[in-house]
Design a protein around this ligand. Structure first.
Ligand code: MD3
Ligand code: FE
Length: 206
């Protein structure tokens, strides 16, 4: 079963559970090729989230702004290939939410350690704002902040646990969201960390 959070936003509790250890293995393989980095925002703040990517496009931030690149800024190499296991989970999740999506272009990997947070933001660096975003939570559970279409809208707090998959599409695609500082806790598969995978379409579809 699923929970509809808002129009277009669907949580599938535990959808990735049976695949969690394979997803983590695939993530480790990506991290070997493209290590986590703490990006600096255009405002000069070092992000507490460790980030890397796979697929055609990866997200980058530096003094000149936020953008998607087809190569890793640190070495000019392409981002690691988006694993088939990720692709099939995304296809399954979007179909279950009632969206028909060709394969998504980018897989972002976000690493949270105790105290890591992600302040309230909108995802609007993608040219395509129609295709849903899919997220997969692994390891230590986090408190997710779910706001509205204005920064000042009230936020709801919801728990995202190991194996949960969420599809964020339609009117929810541009909702403000964030993650509260990760608690000190432990998960058998990830120790004190949380790994979040998000999948997106970057360029407009023809
Ligand atoms: C709702 N990541 O990478 S995943 C991000 O847990 C990001 O790492 C968080 O926000 C994380 O940009 C939240 C859930 C999520 C991701 C993207 C969204 C929710 C979203 C885009 C639009 C609306
Ligand atoms: Fe986001």
């Amino acid at each position: 079963g699923h929970i509809q959070l808002d129009p277009g936003a669907f949580i599938f509790p535990g959808m990735a559970l049976s695949r969690a250890s394979d997803l983590l293995d695939a993530a480790r393989d990506i991290v070997r090729q493209a290590p986590f980095r703490h990006l600096v925002t255009p405002g000069g703040h070092r992000m507490s989230v460790g980030m890397t990517a796979c697929g055609e496009y990866g997200w980058t931030s530096d003094a000149s702004g936020y953008r998607y690149t087809t190569t890793q800024p640190r070495n000019g190499l392409p981002w690691p290939v988006l694993p088939e296991l990720f692709r099939s989970l995304v296809e399954e999740a979007t179909a279950a939410a009632g969206f028909l999506c060709p394969p998504l272009q980018s897989g972002l990997l976000n690493l949270y350690r105790p105290g890591t947070r992600l302040s309230l933001h909108q995802d609007k660096d993608e040219e395509d704002a129609e295709t849903p975003i899919v997220s997969v939570s692994l390891g230590v559970a986090a408190t997710f902040l779910w706001g509205g279409l204005d920064r000042a809208s009230p936020t709801r707090r919801l728990r995202l646990s190991h194996g949960d998959v969420v599809v964020w599409g339609g009117p929810s695609r541009l909702t403000f969201h964030g993650v509260a500082p990760l608690a000190v806790s432990s998960h058998p598969m990830t120790g004190d960390c949380r790994l979040n995978l998000t999948f997106r379409q970057i360029t407009k579809r023809p």
